[in-house]
Every structure is written in C-alpha cells, then in structure tokens.
Design a protein around this ligand. Structure first.
Ligand code: ATP
Ligand code: MG
Length: 268
C-alpha cells in the first residue's frame, strides 16, 4: 500500500473513531436524562429512540453540568476515550507509513518472492514445468511465458527440473538432448502415453528421415528444389525444414533430438 493511501485511510479512521465515540457519549448522556425535553429536539428518531447530533453533549455539558456533574464526567470520559483511541490509530498509521517509505525503489524493485507472491503468481499449481521447491510445495510454471534455468554444471538442472518435468508433462515436447540422458530416463515412461522418436543420425537406433522425400515428384518446378540446398548450406550441418509428427518444423543443427509427441502410436 502506498504511503498516500495509508495517510488517507489514517485520517478517515481517526476522524470516524472520534465522531462515533463522541456520538455514543451524547446518546449515553441523553439516556441518563431519559431523553428529557430539556435536551432539545432530536436530529431524528429511530423507533421511539431519539438520536441527537454528536456534538450536543458539549452544549448540554455547558448548560446542565451543575445538575448532574457525574453524568457529564462519565460522558466526557467516553468522548475522551475516543480521542485516545484515535490518537493510537494515528500513531500506528504513522509508523506503518514510515516503514513503507523505507522501501525505496530508486534502484529497482526486484526482490525475493514471498510465499504470498509465489501463490499469487500461480507457482503452487499442480502441473507445469518444475522450477524448484519452496515452503513445502513444488514450484511449477504453467503459463505462456518462457522459462530459463541458469546454474553451474552438475548443480541439478537435469535431475531437479528437466527430468521431473518430462515425467509429468503430457503435452508434446522437442528435447535438445545432447547427452541422451533425458531420452534414457524418461522415454520409457512417456512411451506409455505418447509417441516418442529418437532422432540421432549417428545412432543406428535413430528414427530415419530422408530430406529428399520433401521434394514432390510431380512438381519439377517446385520451389522445394531451390529451398533445400539453400537450407543445407546455411545450416552448415545436415538437415533443415523437417516436418515430423504433428507438423513440428525443426531446424536440426546438432547431433541429437528426442521428439515426444502426444499422438498415439500407429499400429502397423
Ligand atoms: N539419482 C541421483 N541420486 C543422487 N545424485 C544424483 C542422482 N542423479 C544425479 N545425481 C547427481 O546430481 C548432480 C546433478 O546432476 P544433473 O545432471 O542434474 O546436473 P546438471 O545441472 O544437469 O549438470 P549439467 O550442466 O552437466 O547438465 C550430479 O552431481 C549427479 O551426479
Ligand atoms: Mg544437465
């Protein structure tokens, strides 16, 4: 909450407290006098109860104090109590405002997320990419935003984030898996509910793909003839413009890809 909002709330709260307690004191004094006609005309009535203006207490006190000093002393204490409570609210609000003012954002507002911030960001969701663990909950991201994990080698990116995500992610995935560990550890499980392809040209177990099949026999003038060599040259390695599974278009420029599609296996 901004310091300005706190100040406005503080002023409203203090004045409301003082007015309400003074009004209560006025009504209490009127009750002690049994709403006598000498007290004057009420502001309005609510089912036989006469309601007076809050400040009438001071008029009556000035006029009738000699007749019932103890009643006005008690009424005055009630009204003063409201002032005391109002003062407490004012002091508490000032302390709060002072603390808020210390949160300077001159050099940026980035900070470590608190539990409520994590919850608000939807990181305690039951599905999505694993990001870590906090407050006895897994942190998972399931939005359209990109996720990047940067950590030293052998620090647990694979075992902590990538493999748990692959074991729980039910959507399609394309995994750049240079070491092959992700395929080795997760393809078996993922094969139970999806169609998994290992694309590794140096491996005899790899899925086979012939880029020349992209050229349609019927159309000799097809633009494919022109685009294929261009792609091969610019990509420097082997394959380009590959269409696999659910029309996943991938530019392969390194050794190994694992492709997991949610498409069911075809029975041959
Ligand atoms: N099942 C396991 N039990 C205990 N330790 C493990 C297990 N699996 C991996 N480790 C260890 O956890 C550490 C992190 O491994 P991990 O492969 O996740 O790191 P990484 O951050 O992905 O590294 P790299 O950058 O090399 O890919 C390694 O030291 C590894 O030996
Ligand atoms: Mg790794």
């Amino acid at each position: 909450m901004s310091p300005q909002s706190i100040l406005i709330g503080q002023i409203v709260l203090v004045f409301t407290t003082i007015i309400l307690t003074t009004w209560y004191a006025t009504q209490w004094v009127a009750l002690q006098f049994d709403y006598d006609a000498y007290l004057g005309a009420p502001w309005f009535t609510v089912s036989d109860y006469k309601i007076y203006f809050p400040w009438r207490l001071f008029e009556w006190w000035y006029s009738f104090d000699a007749y019932a000093p103890s009643v006005f002393a008690k009424g005055g204490q009630i009204a003063a109590g409201g002032g005391f409570i109002g003062t407490l609210f004012a002091v508490a609000g000032s302390v709060w405002r002072g603390r808020q003012a210390k949160k300077l954002t001159t050099f940026g507002s980035s900070q470590w997320a608190s539990k409520s911030m994590m919850k608000q960001a939807g990181l305690f969701a039951d599905d999505g990419v694993f990001l870590g663990q906090a407050h006895d909950n897994y942190l998972r991201h399931n939005g359209p935003e990109h996720v990047m994990a940067i950590a030293p080698t052998r620090s647990g990116k694979g075992v902590g984030l990538v493999i748990p995500t692959l074991l729980s992610w039910t959507g399609s995935t394309v995994i750049h898996d240079i070491k092959g560990e992700n395929w080795q550890l997760t393809a078996g499980w993922r094969s139970t509910f999806s169609h998994c392809l290992l694309f590794d040209p140096t491996n005899t177990a790899s899925a086979k793909y012939n880029p020349l099949l992209e050229v349609r026999k019927a159309s000799v003038k097809s633009a494919t003839y022109k685009t294929l060599p261009t792609s091969w040259l610019t990509q420097t390695v082997c394959w380009s413009a590959v269409t696999i599974g659910r029309k996943l278009r991938i530019h392969c420029s390194s050794a190994q890809f694992s492709i997991f599609s949610t498409r069911r296996k075809k029975r041959h």
